[in-house]
Design a protein around this ligand. Structure first.
Ligand code: AHM
Ligand code: MG
Length: 333
């Protein structure tokens, strides 16, 4: 018998959070609905006039694709209608979107990257949606920005959808990681990866090597070690250029993904709150690890909503090997 994402989330909720009374799963159904709308649009992308740039730049100064705009609106719309949502923070919006709801109803803050890797969409390469959910702290001791700026350890749930050769939702609420494949015949996400575990080692590393000459020395040394067999394995490189797709391979096959500081992006390119945090939570729940080069991603206290971070994520063995190289490199300097 099939188990849908909706059933699974309700079951988990009854088991671990009976006090939530269905609001959490109702809110998540807003996310799954939006991602079904986004995937439908992506699947038609070559047929409709939805490819290409929308002619605007977003808050990061990056060109917005038409599908970026559509995906953002779908999430804002589907989640804005859910009473339990207090604040939405999107890669595509400079400021948080706040809903005037009483604290007892508006319980959650959701961060999302509506369409990650969207510069890949014109060439039919996988893209994704990433989300991260926090509880809104009790209002009394919080000023408006600090309630939004919580470290990743406080996430109550996180997930992503990869729009690839099939559409897959991967999700954690802190009790393991579960993957659901969208069955296009019935329009539902169906459990396909029960209690997903990331391999402790892998044979792939994933990084934009064209930038390697501008990486800090510990990253260059680490990549050299991977290549010259120092870790006792032979590695192959894989780099899609869509974080969700690169991470999805990493969680299933093991290995490591890196986005180091570069000349162009001295803090790294990826965003802490809606890219690194949710994937770090999922990686740790699956037995992997995620750091910013030094610190555990989930312990970083954010200073602003669109901040970037260097990112090293993957199997335990590969991330630990990076930490060792990093310590040695800093001692010898
Ligand atoms: P985006 O959110 O504007 O799509 O940018 C993030 C993407 C990630 O999906 C991917 O890991 C990275 O940018 C690739 O960057 P680069 O082309 O510099 O390697
Ligand atoms: Mg993105």
């Amino acid at each position: 018998m099939i188990i849908t994402a909706q059933q699974h989330i309700l079951r988990q909720q009854e088991q671990y959070f009976p006090e939530a009374g269905g609001t959490f799963s109702w809110m998540l159904s807003g996310i799954t609905l939006a991602t079904k709308m986004i995937q439908a649009k992506i699947r038609q992308a070559g047929l409709l006039d939805v490819l290409g740039s929308a002619g605007e730049t977003n808050v990061q100064g990056e060109t917005q694709q038409k599908l970026d705009v559509y995906a953002n609106q779908a999430l804002l719309h589907c989640l804005g209608l859910r009473d339990s949502v207090a604040i939405l923070v999107s890669e595509e919006n400079e400021e948080p979107v706040r809903f005037e709801r009483a604290p007892e109803t508006g319980k959650y803050i959701i961060f999302f990257d509506p369409l990650d890797g969207s510069s890949n969409i014109d060439v039919n390469v996988s893209v994704g949606t990433i989300f991260s959910i926090f509880r809104r702290p009790s209002k009394s001791d919080q000023t408006s920005m600090s309630e939004v700026l919580q470290p990743g350890l406080r996430q109550v749930a996180a997930g992503y959808v990869v729009y690839g050769s099939s559409t897959i939702l991967v999700y954690t609420a802190g009790r393991g990681v579960f993957g659901f494949t969208l069955d296009p015949e019935i329009g539902a996400y169906v459990l396909s990866h029960d209690n997903l575990r990331m391999p402790q080692h892998g044979n792939f590393y994933s990084v934009n090597e064209a930038q390697a000459h501008t990486f800090p020395p510990q990253y260059q040394q680490y990549l050299a070690n991977l290549r010259n067999g120092e870790l006792g394995r032979t590695y192959s490189s894989r780099y899609v250029g869509s974080l969700v797709a690169d991470f999805h391979r990493t969680i299933l096959k093991g290995g490591v993904f890196l986005y180091p500081p570069t000349n162009g992006y001295p803090q790294g390119k990826l965003r802490l709150l809606y890219e690194a945090n949710p994937l770090a939570f999922i990686a740790e729940q699956a037995g992997g690890a995620a750091i910013d080069g030094q610190r555990r991603i989930l312990e970083i206290q954010p200073g602003e909503i669109h901040q970037r971070t260097p990112f090293v994520i993957g199997s335990k063995a590969e991330v630990e090997a990076f930490e060792q190289v990093s310590q040695r490199t800093s001692v010898s300097r």
